[in-house]
Structures are given as C-alpha cells and as structure tokens.
Ligand binder design. Structure first.
Ligand SMILES: C[S@@+](CC[C@H](N)C(=O)[O-])C[C@H]1O[C@@H](n2cnc3c(N)ncnc32)[C@H](O)[C@@H]1O
Length: 197
C-alpha cells in the first residue's frame, strides 16, 4: 500500500496543544491537567515530566478519575501522578507547596462517552486559569482547547477568548489556533506563554 501523504488536515488541535506544552516540559518538570477526563492528556504529561517530575490532575467526576487512573496504572506511570476529585477553580490551595507550574492543559467540555450535562463552565474555568497564571513559571505554557459544538460551548469559548486576549503583553504571549476545518461549531485552541522572568 502506498504511504498516506501527510497533510495539514491530519494535524489535530489536540496534537498542537500537546506539542505546545511539551516544548516547555522536561525530566523533573511540574505539570497540571485541569480537566483529567479519561486521562489521555494526564498520561501524556506524565511521560513528559519523567520519573522525577509530577503531574497534578483535577476532575469533578469520580468516573473520569477512575478511567484515568486505570489508564495511567496500565501505562506504569502512577508514581508521578496525583489525581484530585474536585473543581479546578479550587486549585490555588492544591498548588501551594508545589513548585511553579511549567505547563498546564485545559481540554474543556464534557467527558467523552460520559454524562454530557457535566461540562466545564466559565464561572469556574476563568478562576482556574487565574490561579494557574499566578503560579506559572517563567516561560511556562498553558493550552486551552475550547469546543463550540455543544450548547454551553460558545459561551465558554467567548469568555475564555475575552479573558486571554486581555492578558497583558509582553508579559504573556497568546495565540488562538483554528483547525484545518474551521467553522462556527469547530473547536479553537488557545496557547499562552508566560514571558516574564
Ligand atoms: C473533554 S473532557 C477532558 C478530556 C481529557 N483531558 C482526556 O485526555 O481524556 C472534560 C472534563 O472536564 C471535567 N470537568 C468539568 N467541569 C470541571 C471542573 N469544574 N473542574 C475540573 N474538571 C471539570 C469533566 O468532568 C470532563 O471529564
């Protein structure tokens, strides 16, 4: 069979988000997954920080954390991951005692194959972002993937867009990325970097 040609449409926003945060992570790093879900992003971060690093993950659903911990255990990476059952807006207290955050991921919306009524909301997403920005290391990075195809999505997208666009330059560098197939209901990715020292 001939090889499949690499086209830009095959590069997903999830992949861009991963590449972005990975660019700041190395062995011994500290990362946060603000929306653990089924644990794919948490596991990705766990690989990147290595065995001397740490990943803190938050989710409001026990089902999500059960799925995630099973995946992470299966991959043999539980040693560096701490999962917290609770809203990410309370992360300021959870982060105290930890080093500054090298990288964080928000994958907004609802749990795939889960209860679609339990979704991230701007009233807690924005406070969580603020808490993270307060604890972000120099050159630290945050990715926020916002889905606009579900009922609560557009409002959350607008709130996040407004918030990140108001971050002071040049202290923070912010980019919004659209997928190869864009449209009103298509997801958007925000990338933030702390340019401070
Ligand atoms: C799109 S999923 C995350 C996908 C996940 N990152 C992965 O790799 O599988 C969004 C998750 O956010 C969680 N969530 C919703 N509100 C939350 C909140 N206030 N704090 C933390 N997690 C929340 C949901 O329970 C859901 O599991």
């Amino acid at each position: 069979m001939p090889p499949i040609p690499l086209e830009i449409s095959h590069i997903k926003l999830t992949r861009v988000a991963g590449d972005w945060v990975a660019g700041r992570l190395q062995e011994g790093g500290f990362a946060v997954d603000a929306t653990v879900g089924n644990g794919y992003d948490t596991l990705f971060l766990a690989y990147r920080v290595g065995k001397t690093g740490k990943v803190l993950g938050f989710d409001v659903q026990k089902t999500a954390l059960n799925n995630a911990s099973e995946l992470i255990r299966f991959a043999g990476r539980s040693d560096r991951v701490r999962l917290i059952l609770g809203c990410h807006s309370g992360m300021a207290s959870a982060l105290s005692g930890y080093p500054k955050v090298d990288a964080a991921m928000f994958n907004l919306g609802y749990l795939p194959r889960g209860d679609h009524r339990i979704v991230t909301r701007p009233s807690t997403t924005i406070p969580a972002l603020k808490a993270l920005l307060d604890r972000l290391a120099p050159r630290g990075r945050i990715s926020i993937l916002a889905y606009r195809g579900h009922p609560e999505g557009p409002e959350e997208y607008e709130s996040v867009a407004k918030f990140v666009q108001a971050l002071p330059e040049p202290l923070f560098r912010v980019r919004e990325i659209a997928g190869a197939v864009d449209g009103q209901k298509a997801p958007r990715l925000f990338l933030i970097e702390n340019r401070g020292f």
